[in-house]
Design a protein around this ligand. Structure first.
Ligand code: FO1
Length: 312
């Protein structure tokens, strides 16, 4: 079994490639960030869990990488007429997910149980586990001193504001969701998907027990850099690393993840930085990491599996 620590769009694309690369004989378990979750219009929205589920179900909007392809926005338009906030764009079919999830949570089901139901009903073969059933919320402290919820920073302010710090509210009181520690213990290989190390992987590692477990297995943990040639493929990873005192490069990623990952996979564009990564005590593998198609993602997954096998 291969376990993958996952954020949103980049992780989902990698997981689609991994599922294709390993075929039906090998189990894949995704441990997904829920620090981005929010309550909106009275509904519980789990963006990264949904992005992973929709992608693996073949439903995802290929342009945005989140939401459902071809979705309509009739409810959002009606909400706008009512004066409700509509900066976070929930499509009509996507809303069915949030209605279902919220209703099940209110009747006492856990987030992991509901996630499994939603994935199974959409025909997803991989196991999708939220990192925790307990609320953990990523909060972003802006340079001006104000602290905002993650989606307020990411979507409403389009991550265009300077950040002074990030914290994961509730993490210390949270427990890993059922199956998470077991999956990370029994996996033949643990992969850290190409997700933002602070905003997507940070919340997962903040849940007590997860980072310690991975630290003990770090030789069997392979991370993929979300930074290529000094730039994030998506989102604010490059800018954030600099603002938080590191550097926007694969070396910055190696430093952010070296406690838990013995190997870092970087793009060919960063081949010259391999010695600097190795100097951080992290083995480096160079391959094509920009996932323009599921075929490229599957080739990347094969390279990651080979890197894992070489370290075992
Ligand atoms: N990202 C945006 O940039 N704008 C949106 O309006 C937006 C809506 C949205 C709705 C459902 C969902 O599952 C994801 C959505 N995302 C949106 C993506 C999401 O904010 C981020 O990509 C993740 O939280 C970061 O991984």
């Amino acid at each position: 079994m291969i376990a993958v620590l996952a954020g949103g769009v980049g992780a989902a694309r990698f997981l689609a490639g991994l599922v294709r690369a390993v075929g039906p004989g090998e189990e894949v378990t995704a441990v997904v960030n829920t620090g981005d979750d929010l309550e909106l219009h009275g509904l519980h929205v789990s963006p990264d869990v949904d992005t992973v589920t929709y992608t693996l179900a073949g439903l995802v909007d290929p342009v945005n990488g989140w939401g459902i392809a071809g979705d309509s926005f009739e409810v959002l338009a009606a909400l706008e007429q009512l004066g409700a906030p509509t900066w976070f764009r929930l499509g009509d079919r996507d809303l069915a997910t949030h209605l279902y999830r919220t209703s099940r949570l209110r009747s006492g089901a856990s987030l992991s149980a509901v996630t499994a139901e939603l994935a199974a009903r959409r025909g997803v073969r991989a196991r999708i586990l939220p990192m925790s059933d307990d609320p953990v919320r990523t909060r972003v402290k802006l340079a001006g001193g104000e602290e905002v919820e993650f989606q307020e920073y990411f979507v409403r302010r389009q991550h265009a504001v300077a950040v002074a710090g990030v914290r994961y509210a509730g993490a210390l009181e949270a427990s890993p969701a059922p199956g998470v520690l077991e999956a990370l213990t029994s996996a033949d290989l643990v992969v850290v998907a190409p997700s933002n190390p602070v905003l997507s992987i940070g919340p997962i590692l903040a849940v007590p027990g997860i980072a310690d477990l991975l630290e003990r297995r770090r030789q069997e943990v392979v991370a993929i850099s979300p930074i290529v040639a000094g730039r994030a493929l998506k989102g604010p990873a490059a800018r954030l690393l600099v603002e938080l005192g590191s550097e926007a490069s694969v070396v910055g990623i190696a430093r952010a993840l070296r406690r838990i990952a013995g190997t870092l996979v970087v793009d060919e564009a960063d081949a010259d930085l391999a010695p600097a990564i190795e100097a951080e005590g992290v083995a480096c593998v160079v391959t094509a990491t920009v996932m323009e198609s599921v075929e490229v993602a599957a080739r990347l997954a094969c390279a990651v599996l080979e890197a894992g096998a070489a370290r075992a």
